[in-house]
Every structure is written in C-alpha cells, then in structure tokens.
Design a protein around this ligand. Sequence first.
Ligand SMILES: NC(=O)c1ccc[n+]([C@@H]2O[C@H](COP(=O)([O-])OP(=O)(O)OC[C@H]3O[C@@H](n4cnc5c(N)ncnc54)[C@H](O)[C@@H]3O)[C@@H](O)[C@H]2O)c1
Ligand SMILES: N[C@@H](CCO)C(=O)O
Ligand code: NA
Length: 436
Amino acid sequence: MSKPVKVGICGLGTVGSGTFNVLTRNAQAINARAQGELEITVVGARRDNPACDLGDTRVTRDIFEVARDPEVDVLVELIGGTTVARDLVTEALTNGKHVVTANKALIAEFGNELFALAEQNNVVIRYEAAVAGGIPIIKALREGLAGNRIEWLAGIINGTGNFILSEMREKGRDFADVLAEAQALGYAEADPTFDVEGIDAAHKLVILASLAFGMPLQFSSVYAEGITRLTTQDVEYAEELGYRIKHLGVAKQSDEGVELRVHPTLIPESRLLANVNGVKNAVLVEGDAVGPTLYYGAGAGAEPTASAVVADIVDLARELGAGQQCRVPALGFATDALQDLPIVPMERVSTAWYLRMEAEDKPGVLSQIASIFSDQGISIEALIQKAPAAGETRVPLILLTNKAVQGNVDRAVASIEGLDTISGEVTRIRVEALDG
Ligand SMILES: NC(=O)c1ccc[n+]([C@@H]2O[C@H](COP(=O)([O-])OP(=O)(O)OC[C@H]3O[C@@H](n4cnc5c(N)ncnc54)[C@H](O)[C@@H]3O)[C@@H](O)[C@H]2O)c1
Ligand SMILES: N[C@@H](CCO)C(=O)O
Ligand code: NA
C-alpha cells in the first residue's frame, strides 16, 4: 500500500460539507478505487457547519495555513469567489500542492494563469465540479471524446436557473419565490444574480468551449443574457408553437470562428434537452466521429457537486500512487497547441427567432411586417395572432422566423418598432433546433 494522500479542504459551506461527508461515508470504496488511502488531514473553515460532523479532524480558521501545510498533498478550494480563492490557489500551487476546485468563476477568469503556474510547479488543478455539478462532462470532453473534432455543444448548465424556469412553468410559481428556495437548497451562487443573469453559465460555457475546441479561456468574449426578462406569457406562447424555453449555453465551431453564447432559447419540445427539469443539467455534445452524445444529472447541490470533487481527488491519488503527474493536460490539449480562435460577433450569428409584439388590430399591419422581413431576407415560419382582450384595440402577434443572422433581425426589429401600428418593444428569443 502506498502512503496516504493527504487532503486539506478549504471552505465548509454547501460543497465543502458535502465533500467531507462523501469522503467519509464512502471511504472504503473510494480508497479501493484510489488504490491507496485518502486522508482528510485538515479542514480550513471560518466556522463549523452543522451539516457535517468533523469528529477529531484537525480544523484551522486560517485557510492559508492549509496552503502552507507541508503535510497536505491536495488542497480542495471550496470557498468560492475570485479574490481570496485566487490567492489561496496561487499559494497552494507555489507550495507544490495539487488543487481541486469547484470554482468556475476562478477557472473561467484566471484559469490561464493558474494552469501555467501549476505547470511550472509540476502540479495540477482539477475542476470537474466547476461545470454541471456532478455530471462528469469535463472528463468526457477531455478524455472520452479525445478522438473527435467537436462541432458544437449546447447545455443547460445552471441548476438554479433551470429550477426557476421549471417551477414557473410547471407550478406557475413566482420567480423571486423560487429563487429564494434555490438559495435555501444551496443551489445558488453567493451572488444569485450570477445565476439569473447568465454569468455563472457564461463561466461554465467558456470552460467547456476551451476543452472542446482547444483554445485558451476567453471569459470576456462570451455573450450572456439571463432569464430575468422572461415572462409566463412567452413560456405559454412558446408551448403553443411546440417549444419549451430553456436557458442554454451554446458553443459552436465554424469556418468563421467560435460562437460563445448564453441566452434563453426555444427548443422543440420533443428534444431531450427540452425535458430536463428542476436542478438537473444536461449537455449535448456533437463530435464528428461519435455524433451527438448527451450528459445528464444534478447540476448543483451539496453531494452531487461533492461527487465530482471527490472523483478529481481520486484521479489525483491514482496518479500520485502511480508516481506520475499531469497525465491529462488542464484543458485536454497540450498547452503549446492551444489556439486563440476568433470569436464570431453576435450580429453574425445565425439562429431562428421567436418574436412577440403588440400590434394594432387593423388591416395592413401584417403585410407591413411581412415586407420588412422580406427586405432583410428573413422568412416567417409560423405566426399566431391572438384575439384582442375586451376593450383593447391591440393584439399580441407572435412570429417564428427561419434561421437569420442577428444583424438582419436587429434591422428588421428596429423597423418594426418604428411602425406606428406597433406599440412598445418587440420581445425576441432565439430558437435552436439542436439537430446538428
Ligand atoms: N452549491 C453548489 O451547488 C455548487 C455547485 C458547483 C460548484 N459550486 C461552487 O463551489 C464553491 C463553493 O460553493 P458553496 O455553494 O459551497 O458556497 P457556500 O457559501 O455554501 O460555502 C463557501 C464557504 O466558504 C467559506 N469561506 C469563504 N471565505 C472564506 C475564508 N476566507 N476563510 C474560510 N472560509 C471561507 C464560507 O464561510 C462558506 O462556509 C463556489 O465556487 C461555487 O461556485 C457550488
Ligand atoms: N449556482 C450554480 C451551482 C452549480 O455550479 C447552479 O445553480 O448551477
Ligand atoms: Na461536472
């Protein structure tokens, strides 16, 4: 038996306590898989957490002590954020410790520098829990799909947002009320605007794109739109047209470059992704050799996330036990093979569109709108015109377009909003068929 691999856990919140509990409860199977003993040598926490019983585990209130502890082989960063966490991880790497983290903000924004620092110090950073919680999507992209050119991927990668959308659709619940429940369940980020404004999904998408296409992390290039402006009305109209609205992250590679975008999306209701509900996440990956593959599971929560954290620790323990390190590069591609691929500007991105507007209920309006679309080369796929409410002269008009580049849709919408027969702004949501 090799000597125990010594683990220091920093942060004892939702994921920290979940990780402690899973490592302790499943120690026997975990050690058998790791081919050696995993020992929790120290826990760095501001305070105890009633969700876990630390027993006689050593505890320090200063997490930097863990990064300096000569006993510790692997530092597990579960405090979150990009300030103290960045300093902590930097210190751990500099001191020759491997790092496991669930922190997507840290990886998306500072991964390039941290991976380089890890390489210089001959240690590794593992971050499976950072994307789609317990789903082993990073391992799938980095290892299982290594034979493919990845064409595109699309995923529901924020559990809180999907939980909110599902509860609103299925139970007609109020947005703020469901968000509060997601926070109580430990799904949400410390700042929940990260969840509902698409920032958390953007952090995850940029990580997935780098793994898929072999490029350095480019967080500032992601287009991110959240779910806060979605209305139950749009959810219902989408259903009438045979679609569900999901918050998707999409990364696509074409001759023009890479599309990186996070936004609410209409998906045909027959697609598997349209039926992923609650805190579940799912990522659809299209490889040129394998075709489509789909990964599904819990995207947030204490133990689902801990499942991924522990898998990374086991992976590291196996490598340490075998006397090797850095078996798999941080982004799956050799560092010197990473390429700065161009990002396709949003006005060049082509999708189909759902558009809703309030129109005067009088002859000629539809033909005005049709001619604006035709001027921009956009064809209309479906149209619903609702009856006016009692005493109303305006009617909701809902259109589905065929695929069109966003620049043309922007121009068409601006012209439509300029018509005196249309009141207010046109609501616009992208549509993805997800069929290749
Ligand atoms: N909650 C989830 O479902 C989930 C899923 C995947 C990834 N993550 C990520 O995991 C990380 C942790 O998330 P969480 O939900 O467990 O958050 P949390 O707020 O429940 O836990 C963070 C803990 O770190 C502690 N902490 C913060 N700064 C500290 C410091 N300087 N010294 C000591 N302790 C400190 C806090 O007191 C808290 O107990 C984040 O990066 C988050 O994005 C969370
Ligand atoms: N807040 C995140 C946690 C998992 O990364 C979510 O809801 O998906
Ligand atoms: Na994961």
